[in-house]
Design a protein around this ligand. Structure first.
Ligand SMILES: *[C@@H]1O[C@H](CO)[C@@H](O)[C@H](O)[C@H]1NC(C)=O
Length: 319
């Protein structure tokens, strides 16, 4: 009799509440309490709870806590921004993790696409790593993510246009006429050298590079990878094929990611057509001459010097 009662109790736990948990209740059950309270603040909790079928990429409380202060401030100051960010985490259909594919785009309630990537066993949603997938509720599924997903505003080109740190890169992209390409569908991964990176190149060499369109094009293509590679998709010793046809070498040690001899100084900037990683050094494809080839002037000087030495030797012989 006791055993029977226990079985009934166990069945009750598994059936009744299990069948009546909506997405909002499931989020609470999973400990995503900051997500739920933010949904309530934005007036979206009922919409998520009552959606016919939905997929929620649910950031953990730690993910909300880890948002940069300027983003926290922007969200706190503007209810529209909070609403957009939260709606960017929801798809209006139920999508289990085994239905996701690499570089898949899924329309969010915000209107902008969530970009799915799969790197081996790791799934990301606009760069946020799915740490716990397929938590089913009555009306959908929750995939827990380890960061808050920020909907992108810009394409690669527009990001470079709107960011003063990349004005030299913008000049280079415009000179090589690659702006339209990097404004296109892509997707692209761009290792973007900032102005300080270009400033490492001697001015005469940089001007020569900007004047040599075929070489400039190849150098810029060497910074672009087809497909979206967030940093979690990079591994130590990996070789990454670029649009120039040459490969980049990835070197990861601790928290430092190097691409050839360039260090990534800002990773995982979401853009509408891929991802940008800012680097501190311009990457030079292997076939291209080194950034500081021996200038013709220097070679001439050496010859003059050699000639003078010979002349002095001859004069010495004559005397
Ligand atoms: C709030 O953000 C939206 C979307 O970015 C923007 O259009 C709007 O002007 C902002 N409102 C205020 C008061 O800043």
């Amino acid at each position: 009799m006791k055993v029977f009662a226990a079985i009934v109790a166990v069945l009750a736990v598994f059936s009744a509440p299990g069948n009546a948990v909506n997405l909002a209740e499931k989020a609470t059950e999973l400990g995503l309490t900051d997500l739920v309270s933010n949904l309530q603040t934005a007036g979206l909790a009922d919409a998520v709870a009552n959606i016919a079928a939905g997929t929620v990429f649910g950031p953990t409380n730690a993910a909300f806590a880890a948002l940069p202060q300027n983003i926290k401030d922007a969200i706190a100051a503007n209810a529209t921004v909070l609403s957009q960010v939260l709606q960017y985490h929801v798809i209006a259909s139920k999508v289990m993790s085994n239905q996701l594919s690499n570089d898949q785009l899924a329309a969010s309630l915000d209107g902008r696409n969530i970009r799915i990537n799969i790197y081996g066993q790791v799934i990301t949603a606009t760069g946020a790593v799915v740490s716990n997938a397929d938590n089913e509720a009555d009306n959908g599924v929750i995939h827990i993510v380890d960061s808050v997903m920020l909907p992108p505003d810009f394409t690669v080109t527009n990001y470079v246009v709107n960011n003063a740190d990349f004005s030299t890169l913008l000049t280079a992209v415009q000179t090589a006429n690659l702006g339209a390409t990097l404004d296109g569908v892509g997707p692209f991964t761009v290792f973007a050298p900032n102005n300080a990176a270009f400033a490492k190149i001697p001015e005469a060499d940089l001007n020569a590079l900007l004047a040599d369109i075929p070489k400039l094009t190849k150098v810029l293509q060497y910074h672009v990878v087809s497909g979206t590679v967030y940093s979690v998709g990079l591994s130590n010793g990996q070789e990454v094929a670029t649009l120039s046809g040459d490969k980049l070498m990835v070197d990861i040690s601790g928290n430092t990611v190097k691409i050839n001899d360039a260090t990534v100084i800002a990773a995982n900037v979401n853009v509408l057509n891929g991802v940008i990683h800012a680097v501190d050094t311009v990457l030079m494809p292997p076939e291209a001459p080194t950034p500081t080839p021996t200038p013709i002037g220097a070679a001439t000087t050496i010859q003059v010097g050699l000639f003078s030495t010979l002349l002095i030797s001859l004069l010495a012989l004559l005397m």
